[in-house]
Design a protein around this ligand. Structure first.
Ligand SMILES: Nc1ncnc2c1ncn2[C@@H]1O[C@H](COP(=O)(O)OP(=O)(O)OP(=O)(O)O)[C@@H](O)[C@H]1O
Ligand SMILES: [Mg+2]
Length: 318
């Protein structure tokens, strides 16, 4: 194993605000690293420092052995960056757009045509080769932007929320694309708010909160942490949740209980943390039904990061 990204004591302050606080992080070659955290956690700040666009206040970071502050040109050669907000040059055809970026990276003219064909095939835009960029859908533009970041065949891809704003189908396509890039041997460092998007393609995950890494590990470590604190949502017929809550309060594995009314859900919903196994959860459900609680649904919530993932890592944060 060899580290391809090494971050040590990285700090960024904006006046009084510490956006990044002594971050340490090591990513191995070939990793797909999911960088997770709520708005303002410091993800973009970290990625902008890695891509040499922003200078840290202190600390250091290296990519493929090059310092992002002292050897920015070398770093730029080995990375491809997809920013969180990207402008595409609308008044161009798709192939011209890629040709332009390839030219920026000094790809020789005689190689460009073949390379553009390969890139368009990779991101599944071959049939849009001669379309105007402005005529593409958002998902297509996002894939084109990803193709652009590959124009100089970088080892490391730094992608800031590559799936944001995409519909579920386009998200799946983006995920497949990342998987393919991983198979091509790229190291991928990408940010996301969405746990489910990250869980099955990442080799490891880091969770940021308020400028600090609060959890880091491979997917199994994270799954184990998730098992510790699961968020269950139960819905009953009618709005009388008191009998349901009475039973839950007595259960040793049930932690915090919230009412649908408190969390802006409908009044027939109760949510609770559950610390037990699948078997224990199944027993609890059986018990509720035997106690004549009129259950409509009983399900585990996985999805919204702020609600679920931060809860799951509570133990790590404190
Ligand atoms: N140029 C700037 N000047 C002042 N403060 C900034 C600047 N850029 C970022 N910040 C602050 O730094 C903190 C971290 O921001 P950052 O954009 O890195 O978060 P993020 O994790 O990418 O969030 P999001 O999920 O919303 O993209 C935030 O509090 C933000 O307001
Ligand atoms: Mg961001």
């Amino acid at each position: 194993m060899s580290a391809i990204i090494e971050i040590k004591g990285l700090t960024k302050r904006y006046g009084a605000l510490t956006a990044l606080n002594e971050l340490n992080l090591t990513i191995e070659k070939g990793d797909v690293f999911g960088f997770i955290g709520p708005n303002g956690a410091g993800k973009t700040t970290t990625m902008r420092i890695l891509t040499t666009l922003l200078r840290p206040t202190s600390g250091r970071a290296q990519i493929a052995g090059y310092s992002v502050t002292d050897q920015p040109n070398e770093v730029r050669r080995v990375i491809g960056y997809m920013p969180d907000f990207f402008g595409v040059y609308d008044d161009m055809k798709v192939w011209e757009y890629l040709d332009f970026f390839a030219a920026c990276y000094d790809v020789p003219v005689n190689q460009r045509k073949g390379m553009i064909g390969d890139l368009l095939a990779l991101v599944d835009l071959e049939n849009k080769r001669d379309a105007q960029v402005e005529s593409l859908s958002r998902g297509m533009k996002q894939r084109l932007c990803l193709a652009r970041t590959l124009a100089h065949d970088p080892q490391v891809l730094i992608l800031d929320e590559p799936a944001s704003g995409l519909d579920p189908r386009a998200r799946i396509e983006m995920r497949e694309l990342l998987r393919q890039l991983q198979m091509m041997g790229k190291t991928i460092f990408f940010s996301s708010h969405i746990l489910s998007e990250v869980a099955d393609i990442c080799t490891n995950i880091g969770i940021m909160e308020a400028g600090q890494l609060v959890a880091f590990g491979d997917i199994e470590d994270m799954r184990r942490q998730l098992q510790v604190q699961r968020l269950i949502q139960a819905r009953i017929l009618g709005e009388e949740t008191a009998p349901l809550k009475d039973i839950l309060f007595q259960h040793p594995q049930v932690g915090k209980i919230t009412d649908g009314r408190e969390v802006e859900l409908t009044p027939d919903i109760v949510r609770f943390d559950f610390g037990g196994t699948d078997e224990e959860l199944s027993q609890l459900l059986r018990h509720l039904i035997e106690a004549d609680i009129p259950m409509i649904s009983f399900s585990e919530e996985i999805g919204d990061l702020e609600d679920v993932f931060m809860q799951a890592t509570k133990g790590v944060v404190s």
